[in-house]
Design a protein around this ligand. Structure first.
Ligand code: SAM
Length: 309
């Protein structure tokens, strides 16, 4: 199966794991509920009659809605974005790598784009912070920012530094794929806590809930508000769905950098657990690759639902 990357290039993005996960999802999904949608890779790579994507992060939902509207007319959108890139003087390697970048490349082998873009990026960031309804600028900040992340400080100012990345051909091709997905799908977006989202759905036969929560034992910006209490709240919701005969799947990590999620290991015994091969690498710590065990847990094994706990 060809995997498609979301144009949000989200941290913790599931796109590389989707060929394995898709094999474990039910066939003929009616509504696919992507409860912790993030960049939306699970939805983009799953065929369903309807997609409902939810995330607690308001900005990520805003960006999805922005891209869903703009990519309906992709060429017009691309032209607009290319104009803004030109206006700020940012590099645009999809079109051209200029001589100054080539010079910087010799001296700064791993940081030449960030050296080139730093000042232009800061101007872009200032302009966005002055005008927060400019989602076009926010999307560019994501493309040119450190690790493609979105981060705001306590004063609600976007505060991520420039990254060693720019608008290359992968950005355009991911937007093309996203646009195709949007145009052929029936999509709804929600900005709710996971429990409220799930409890306000009215699932019918062949609906499927996919959960990709922050992992208790790993670190990223969106893990800040996740803790053992949240973990238990999630498991009790999953038990409840199971008792109601509703199909779900959960991605998670049982081992990471010497830590083990014992709450998960204990709870998961009553369900089906599959190990997922991951080639997750952190740019800071290659050891993560060897120390992490990713799993997929489901109350559905292709034939039947587990209805009793
Ligand atoms: C592992 S990421 C999901 C990645 C996603 N599957 C992808 O492929 O891009 C977890 C997501 O959960 C969201 N989140 C954290 N706490 C939440 C909550 N209480 N309710 C709903 N979403 C939450 C975070 O904002 C983050 O986007």
């Amino acid at each position: 199966m060809k995997k498609i990357r979301s144009p949000l290039f989200y941290v913790g993005d599931k796109y590389k794991l989707m060929p394995q996960l898709s094999n474990l999802f039910p066939n003929n999904i009616n509504t696919f509920y992507d409860v912790f949608a993030g960049g939306g890779s699970a939805s983009i790579n799953t065929f369903a009659k309807k997609h409902e994507l939810n995330d607690l992060d308001q900005k990520i939902i805003e960006l999805h809605l922005f891209l869903q509207k703009e990519t309906q007319n992709l060429n017009v959108f691309l032209d607009k974005m290319y104009e803004i890139i030109k206006f700020y003087g940012l590099s645009h390697s999809e079109i051209k790598i200029n001589s100054k970048i080539n010079e910087l490349k010799k001296e700064f082998k791993k940081t030449y784009f960030s050296k080139y873009n730093k000042e232009f990026y800061i101007k872009l960031r200032e302009d966005y912070n002055e005008n927060k309804n400019r989602n076009d600028l926010l999307y560019l900040l994501l493309i040119y920012g450190f690790n493609h992340m979105i981060r705001f400080n306590s004063q609600d100012k976007f505060n991520l530094p420039v990254g060693n990345v720019d608008w290359n051909k992968n950005v355009t091709s991911s937007l093309k794929n996203y646009s195709r997905w949007v145009n052929k799908s029936n999509i709804s977006m929600f900005n709710l806590d996971f429990e409220s989202f799930v409890n306000t759905r009215n699932p019918v036969k062949n609906d499927f809930f996919y959960f990709d929560p922050p992992y208790l034992i790993s670190f990223s910006d969106y893990n800040k508000l996740w803790n053992e209490k949240e973990e238990f709240r999630l498991y009790s919701l999953l038990d409840d769905l199971n008792e109601r005969g509703i199909k779900w799947g959960l991605s998670n990590m049982v081992q990471h950098k010497g830590q083990q999620n014992n709450i998960l290991l204990e709870w998961a015994k009553k369900y089906n657990e599959y190990s997922i091969k991951s080639n997750y690498i952190s740019r800071f710590d290659n050891s993560i690759k060897k120390n992490s065990i990713e799993v997929y847990i489901t109350n559905f094994n292709g034939e039947k639902l587990i209805k009793e706990n």
